[in-house]
Write a protein that binds this ligand. Structure first.
Ligand code: AMP
Ligand code: MG
Ligand code: MG
Length: 308
C-alpha cells in the first residue's frame, strides 16, 4: 500500500477490508451453530462471533498501525492466536479518496479507534440478523472523524446471484459511501432499542409525539435507519450504550449532515481515557433541526435524572 496516501485514508481503507472479514466471521459462527454465549452482565451477552471478530479486527489493525490506540468491546481474548485472521489488504475505492485538509497531518498517536465487533448481540442470538453490524470508529483528538458500519446479513441481488453483506463508510468533510442516502420520512418516525428499554427510555419516547416508533437492535442499525430514510430521530434515554457503539455511527451520520449527542444535546468525547459508558444516553437525528426538536422535547427532569 502506498505510504503517500494520508494516514486517516489508509486506516479507513484498512477498516473497510477488515470489517468485511469480521462480517464473514460473524456469519460463519452462526452457520456452525456453536454460539458459545457468555453472560457479561444483565441483558449483556457475548458470543464466539463477538470474540473472534474482535480478534480479527484488533490484530489486523494493530499489525499495520502499531501506535494507534485501539479499544474493543470484548476484553480477555487478546492473547489468543490471531494469525489465521490477519487482514492486511485495504479497500481501493477508499484509498483513492482525497483526504480533507484538516486531517492531513494526523499522526498515529492522535488516533483512538473504537471497535464493536458485533453490535446487536441480543438480536444475533435471537435471529434478528439484519440488525447486526460490525462497527469501527476512528477518532482524532477526541472527535469521531471516520467510520465503518458493516452489515453481515444485508442481502443484495446481483444478476441472478444473492450476495450477503455490505459496508457503509463515512469520512469528515468527504461524505459517505457504500449505500444511497434517502431523505427523512414525511412523518416523525423514531427508532429506539428493542431489548434494553426501561421507564426513562419510554418516557423520552412519549414526549416526542412521534407518528411511529421502530424498535430495533444495535446503535449501528438505528443510525443506518436514519440515513436510509426509515426514521428521522434515534432516542435512547439510558446509560447502556458505550463509546464503541456510537463512535462509527456518529462519524458516518455527521459526515452525512446529521448529529449524534447525548440526551442533553452534548457531544461525547472519544479520547482513550474517557469513560466507556455513554451515561447520558443517545440522541441522533438526520439534521440539526430535528435534533433541536428532540433535545427541546425532553423534560429537564429526565435530563437531570440521567446526568446525576
Ligand atoms: P440497543 O439499542 O438496545 O440494541 O443497544 C445498542 C448498544 O448498546 C448495544 O451494543 C447494546 O448492547 C448496548 N446497550 C444498550 N443498553 C444496554 C444495557 N442496558 N446493557 C448492556 N448493553 C446495553
Ligand atoms: Mg454494541
Ligand atoms: Mg458488541
Amino acid at each position: 500500500m502506498s505510504q503517500t496516501v494520508p494516514l486517516i485514508v489508509r486506516l479507513l481503507a484498512s477498516s473497510v477490508s477488515v470489517a468485511n472479514r469480521a462480517g464473514k466471521i460473524v456469519r460463519d459462527v452462526m452457520s456452525k451453530g456453536e454460539l458459545g454465549i457468555v453472560e457479561k452482565g444483565k441483558d449483556d451477552y457475548q458470543t464466539e462471533a463477538d470474540r473472534s471478530a474482535q480478534r480479527c479486527i484488533i490484530a489486523s489493525l494493530s499489525a499495520q498501525y502499531p501506535q494507534v490506540n485501539i479499544i474493543g468491546e470484548e476484553d480477555g481474548n487478546e492473547s489468543q492466536p490471531s494469525g489465521e485472521f490477519l487482514v492486511l489488504d485495504s479497500d481501493s475505492e477508499i484509498l483513492a479518496l482525497e483526504c480533507p485538509k484538516s486531517l492531513l497531518g494526523v499522526k498515529e498517536e492522535d488516533i483512538v479507534v473504537w471497535v464493536d465487533p458485533l453490535d446487536g448481540t441480543s438480536e444475533y442470538t435471537q435471529g434478528f440478523l439484519e440488525h447486526v453490524t460490525v462497527l469501527i470508529g476512528i477518532s482524532v483528538n477526541e472527535k469521531p472523524v471516520a467510520g465503518v458500519i458493516h452489515q453481515p446479513y444485508y442481502k443484495t441481488i446481483v444478476g441472478s446471484e444473492k450476495k450477503l453483506g455490505r459496508t457503509i463508510w463515512g469520512l469528515k468533510d468527504v461524505g459517505v459511501g457504500g449505500f444511497t442516502i434517502a431523505p427523512p420520512p414525511d412523518s416523525l418516525i423514531i427508532t429506539t432499542t428493542r431489548s434494553h428499554s426501561n421507564p426513562l427510555v419510554e418516557n423520552a419516547l412519549q414526549v416526542m409525539k412521534a407518528a411511529q416508533v421502530l424498535r430495533v437492535g444495535g446503535a449501528g442499525y438505528k443510525v443506518l435507519q436514519l440515513l436510509e430514510g426509515k426514521a428521522s430521530i434515534y432516542v435512547f434515554a439510558s446509560p447502556g450504550c458505550k463509546k464503541w457503539d456510537t463512535c462509527a455511527p456518529e462519524a458516518i451520520l455527521s459526515a452525512a449532515g446529521g448529529k449524534l449527542t447525548d440526551i442533553l444535546g452534548n457531544f461525547y468525547k472519544y479520547g482513550a481515557s474517557e469513560s466507556k459508558p455513554n451515561k447520558t444516553g443517545v440522541l441522533a437525528a438526520v439534521n440539526s433541526d430535528l435534533h433541536n426538536y428532540a433535545v427541546n422535547r425532553i423534560p429537564q427532569e429526565l435530563k437531570d435524572k440521567l446526568a446525576n
